[in-house]
Design a protein around this ligand. Sequence first.
Ligand code: SF4
Length: 277
Amino acid sequence: MTQLGLEGMPKRLFSCTPSRLTGWSDCPRRYRMTYLDRPVPQKGPPWAHNTVGAVAHLALARWWGLPRERRTPAGARALVETAWKTDGFRTPQQAEQWRGRAGDMVEGYAATLDPDDEPLGVERTVSVKSLVLAVSGRVDRIDLRDGEVVVVDYKTGRSRLTTDDARGSLALAMYALACARTLRKECATVELHHLPTGEVLRWEHPPEALARHLSRAEALGEEAADATEALADGGDPDALFPARPSSRCGWCDLVRVCPAGLAAVGAPQQPWAGLAE
Ligand code: SF4
């Protein structure tokens, strides 16, 4: 791994978010179109399931900012009402139905929270540097439980999650490292809170596992940085940023401008297709 550039000058750190790293890992073509191509290629329409997710995240973030007496389940539902949007839904009726479902989901989750148990952070930006990377990102919630710092990530999708999702998430591991660095406290535990089911998937990383995640993040960052540099030097964009078509292309915002992705799935998913039945 090269950490020094020409004439002993330190190589510039690769600044990124965890999602930028996983974006490179998932599909370099999508990475290029998202982060490098200018003008940015035309994205598809908004997704209804993303609307539900964004509203739920916003409501739960604002909930902790309410005066103590309004931090109630009903208060959480009211915040969903305030934040509600109709982007991506098939019809106004479908949007209305999901407004109720999102309210139920957030209200139910808020009922499991202790309003007196102030988190260490809500939507807090944390960051960490290694010899290769400068990673920063915003964590949904950071809890302090019996002296232990815990990264909490809300999930609102229809798929059930497993402990392996928490254990294997590069993003969560990077958030744990960044929380430790930013808060100057140990942080090894990450949790996925699946709002539709109320399930909490928890994983405590041993130090060597966090080190492995960091090594992987560094390798991804170096690959992305090298490809970006080669592109700036006139390299072939398609060779440097290969498309990685799969069944997931139907959910890619850029499939309409990606022949390889379109060939893989035939057509984009409908904007409301990601909603649970
Ligand atoms: S459609 Fe598929 S192959 Fe094309 S950019 Fe998106 S994820 Fe990559």
